[in-house]
Design a binder for this molecule. Sequence first.
Ligand code: NI
Length: 406
Amino acid sequence: MKKLDEVKVLRDPIHGYIHIKYQIIWDCLNAPEFQRLRRIHQLGATHIVYHTAEHSRFSHSLGVYEIVRRMISENGDIGQALSQYEKITVMLAALLHDIGHGPFSHSFEHVSKYNHEECTCNIITGDSSIYRILSKENPRLPYDVASVINHTHPNSLLIQMVSSQLDADRMDYLLRDAYFTGTSYGEFDLERVLRTIRVKNQKLVVKESGIHTIEDYIMARYHMYWQVYYHPVSRSYEAILHSFFKRLFDVYHMDPSIIDEAPMFKALCEKEYLTNSELYELDECACQFGFMQLTKCEDDILKDLSNRLLSRHLFEYDDIYTIEQENEYFKWIQSHGFDPEYYMYVDRTEQRPYQPYRDHEDNAIWVLMRDGSIQELSKVSTIVDAILKGENKNEKKVFFPDELNN
Ligand code: NI
């Protein structure tokens, strides 16, 4: 694997520097599909609430790569457990794990059949510059990198490093999102985590002395979810985004000529799945331009929703507990002349900060005890055990136009 003549270092507020030693990593970074991530916000609509949350998927992806690079080069256990080829594979998987993200992150996945993980694998193994870079090095490499991302790689250690309960992806986004939102909830001691992880029977484990750091990390996730990721104001923006696309699809089916005014949405209206080049063109800049164009369209609902998205004229929201309340809202919205189809949005959220064994035992965090045994985290941490036994925090909210309150 060819090394660069000189290590490239990129300034980063979370990790100090990102270090790039291999030509192939540098080439992927410079590929158009990776550069596109500069035009996708890491946190979708969160900058609507926390105005400095303008960071992109580009910087997050570099951060995940840097954590994996440090795991490999600074942690003796991990360094010894992997072959040179596996090290390159897992660093590439870290760098490319989000390359298939669409505009506005996860809210976009609700309006289309789009799935970012599938798109990521399509880019890595399909027609793309990334595929050409990887396959030139080794014809197997694109498939091995994709198999880490879609959880089918035979060496589960690689998968755990990139995507598990204690992975480089989460570690980077918690710290980065906390930094860029200006909140302190997401902070935890990354240096300590990196020092206390070990490999035992191909499993990533944490030394018993690292338990308190891991408890802190789990609490950080819990607070970030409710204070940042599920903030009702950014969900209000997402509700309008949802209605916008719903209306666009409905109008398009009645009269396809609407798309002449916003051709960037053509593929999305016509097809269930986007090709790599269609996805490449659909970044957040294209969407914003589309909203702008549609403020001038004939359809009043689409026009109004576009204006709301551009000028942050958000929906109001309220907690609801029963189906009767939901019906009341439906009638109330209708009686004010708004079509509930596009002006009412009901959203339920639920989050547990840690769920061992949900789909697979790799979804648990394992602790290496002093006597050499391995225990699941909640068995040895009273705090985590208490969180698991506690009630699930969940809520249901209805979103509606604020004009109703005037
Ligand atoms: Ni990520």
